[in-house]
Write a protein that binds this ligand. Structure first.
Ligand code: FRU
Length: 455
């Protein structure tokens, strides 16, 4: 590993690297991230192993069907959520290569029934589909799925084979459909969708795969729909990277031996240039017309991946959240796999890190990979309910760089791939606190039942 310690090489006190033109973009600084510390307010309780709710299936990133205004949708009394899924017999590290979006429905918000795949295999953009957000227009009864089109269809290398090179290009796509049916027994999503690529990385605000080099060391993914209550404008928030010229930031690359990070995404040559991207809708009628805007936040020299960016507006404040991994911080910064957050008084405001450091939710120190991919929804006054999935258990820090090197049985046995308990987090200005742990996969909506407390 040949990473220059980030804190020795800051361009200025704000953590903006020398020569960077990111003056206007708020920064998650090395100084702030250097204050990351686990405590009672941010540490997720140890959770017991959950029953396998969907035999034969692993689930990871999840997202609820939401109304245009961001509230959790209730369609004739049903809550609906979506998740990336794979057959549970597949090695956990391999699942990203064959991810498929499935839907689930529930009356109460926690007794989830598996609906099925959302798209007809092979019909969606990309070689496979990654995380996403789903919008329900109750007036027109239209369903909009913004998703990541990963790789290219027609890829000569079948990703379903073991050990085959597949590509990681990421583009943002939209699927529009009108085929959601509810009965007293359940929910069906069937029929045709119209698929379209709506945004690709521009190489200016957002690094392209070509600029980043080979491998999974760049991101242009996880589109999340947002209507700003202040302006009424529609936005997409997403995970991106800021292009850096060689020498622009002294912390820019890590030089790992191939295979060091077999469990994860960071790789030789990865730059610490994560951002939370923004695009604005340019049409009142058409949900497929978007224009890129400068990122909402950058983490130059702080982190390579700000995943699944999203916003909760509460008390006139804009809370911007994302997820990140321990292994995507550079040497010299020690942050857990956790949910991070920032607050500003407008959408494109001057985001300040919550709790001083940005850390909102952390896996416990002795179960550092217990859960991941936190996704909040508004809950009670000043509270969010945060969904996530059960990731790895009993995987110590020492295996951080080598999950893929463990014996196959270990990899399989230690991976959860189920919904994790929903966490309730209180937001008090710029501070946050975990106040409750609820049933696995619990999603609050206007008609969800009081959840079961699993603490
Ligand atoms: C987070 C994530 C997302 C991506 C998905 C791929 O867990 O890395 O950013 O869409 O997983 O499986």
């Amino acid at each position: 590993v040949d990473t220059v310690a980030a804190d020795e090489h800051q361009g200025d006190e704000t953590g903006t690297p020398n020569g960077s033109e990111s003056d206007q973009t708020p920064a998650w600084t090395v100084e702030a991230a250097g204050q990351i510390e686990l405590n009672d307010a941010n540490t997720i309780p140890i959770i017991r192993r959950l029953d396998d709710s969907f035999p034969g299936l692993h689930v990871w990133d999840t997202w609820p069907l939401r109304d245009r205004d961001g509230s959790v949708a209730s369609v004739n009394g049903w809550s609906i959520q979506f998740a990336l899924t794979s057959p549970s017999g597949v090695l956990p590290g391999k699942r990203h290569d064959i991810a498929e979006i499935r839907y689930f429905y529930s009356r109460e918000g926690y007794d989830w029934h598996l609906g099925g795949p959302v798209f007809v295999p092979g019909s969606a953009k990309g070689n496979r589909q990654w995380a996403a957000s789903a919008v329900w227009d109750g007036d027109s009864e239209e369903l909009f799925m913004f998703y990541t089109a990963t790789g290219r269809s027609g890829n000569p290398n079948d990703p379903r084979g073991e050990g085959i090179d597949i590509t990681y290009e990421q583009r943002l796509a939209l699927a529009e459909g009108t085929s959601l049916q509810t009965t007293r027994q359940g929910v069906r999503i069937t029929g045709e969708w119209e698929h379209e690529i709506i945004l690709t990385a521009d190489g200016e605000y957002y690094q392209t795969q070509e600029q980043a080099g080979d491998g999974i060391i760049y991101a242009f993914r996880d589109p999340w729909y947002f209507e700003d209550p202040e302006s009424g404008n529609r936005y997409l928030v997403f995970e991106g990277n800021t292009p850096l010229e060689p020498g622009e930031a002294n912390c820019e690359a890590q030089d790992l031996e191939p295979g060091d990070y077999s469990s994860g995404v960071a790789a030789t040559g990865a730059q610490f240039n994560g951002n939370i991207g923004l695009a604005v809708s340019t049409s009142d009628e058409d949900m497929s017309e978007w224009e890129l805007r400068p990122p909402l936040l950058e983490a130059i020299c702080v982190n390579q991946q700000l995943e699944r960016g999203n916003i909760v507006v509460m008390d006139d404040r804009y809370y911007l959240f994302c997820d990140s991994h321990k292994f995507t911080f550079p040497q010299g910064l020690d942050g857990p796999d956790g949910m991070y957050g920032f607050v500003a008084d407008s959408l494109q405001g001057d985001y300040e890190p919550l709790n001083g450091s940005g850390l909102v939710l952390a896996n416990p120190a002795d179960q550092p990979f217990q859960t991941y991919s936190w996704m909040p929804v508004p809950y009670d006054d000043n509270q969010i309910a945060v969904l996530s999935y059960y990731n790895y258990h009993d995987l110590g820090d020492d295996t951080l760089t080598g999950v893929g090197n463990l014996p196959r049985e270990d990899q399989m046995a230690k991976f959860g791939g189920t919904f994790a308990p929903t966490l309730v987090v209180e937001l008090d200005g710029a501070s946050t606190e975990i106040v409750d742990t609820l049933d696995g996969g619990f999603l609050p909506s206007e008609n969800s039942n009081p959840p079961i407390d699993t603490m």
